[in-house]
Design a binder for this molecule. Structure first.
Ligand code: ADE
Length: 239
């Protein structure tokens, strides 16, 4: 898939996604990342991209026109239709279900705000979806955009060396992930649970399911609310 990042600091998103799984997905051509800077589409010697907010108050607002021109260039660069996502704390909170849907799209544009945000007229005219990565405020949308790039990159076919590992992730089945262990079996910090070394695949799957259920119940009960657990799962939770 292709992702275009529109930002005053596109290099920040580029650098944040240059390593590990995302870096490899980019090298393999599974994900093409393109950075665009609205400053290059701004007028005058100063190439001004922001101004004071009408109505008064602190902070600056990103101007409509440099962003409009920049987005026109982004749309023109490739005939594939775009889905424009604006990263902001006012957006709907991003969850794995939406990540999966975004990952299946051929082309995304991630629009990053700075300062107090973007002139609302640009948002109304050009943005398909406003997304937040959590209930806290970042200095700009760039880190949020990098989070989106990472989350969708690892879901591209061929991005993970073990295709099963995405399916096993937290949230893929609506639960937190179970704990994992590796060598050595014995350590001053504890021993690897015996069941994981038993070779009994049914028992291992059962233990993992139980751990995932209990963790979710204790740490994120909101994930279980309004969800009908199967008889087997209820029994595992009660044990
Ligand atoms: N920009 C600033 N804060 C943000 C957040 N929490 N999510 C997405 N974009 C943001």
């Amino acid at each position: 898939m292709r992702i275009d990042v529109v930002s005053l600091f596109p290099e920040e998103v580029d650098r944040c996604t240059a390593f590990g799984v995302t870096g490899r997905a980019r090298e393999r051509g599974l994900l093409q990342l393109h950075g665009w800077n609205p400053r290059e589409y701004a007028d005058g010697n100063y190439r001004k991209t922001d101004d004071r907010t009408f109505g008064g108050g602190p902070g600056m607002v990103m101007l409509v026109e440099p962003l409009r021109r920049c987005l026109a260039a982004v749309r023109q660069a490739d005939p594939t239709p775009v889905h424009v996502v604006y990263l902001s704390p006012q957006g709907r909170r991003l969850e794995q279900k939406r990540v999966r849907e975004l990952a299946a799209m051929p082309r995304l544009v991630l629009l990053c705000g700075r300062y107090e945000g973007i002139d609302e007229r640009l948002v109304q005219a050009e943005v398909d979806e406003e997304l937040s990565i959590g209930d806290y405020v970042l200095s700009g949308g760039e880190l949020a955009a990098a989070v989106v790039v990472d989350a969708v990159a690892r879901l591209q076919d061929g991005a993970l060396n073990d295709a099963g590992s995405a399916a096993q992730d937290s949230f893929e089945d609506g639960l937190l992930d179970c704990p994992h262990y590796s060598h050595p079996v014995e350590h001053a910090y504890g021993t690897v649970p015996e069941v994981l070394r038993s070779g009994n695949h049914a028992a291992i799957a059962r233990w993992r399911r139980q751990q995932a259920l209990v963790r979710t119940w204790l740490r994120r009960p909101d994930l279980l609310q309004g969800r009908e657990l199967s008889k087997v799962d209820r029994k595992l939770l009660e044990e």
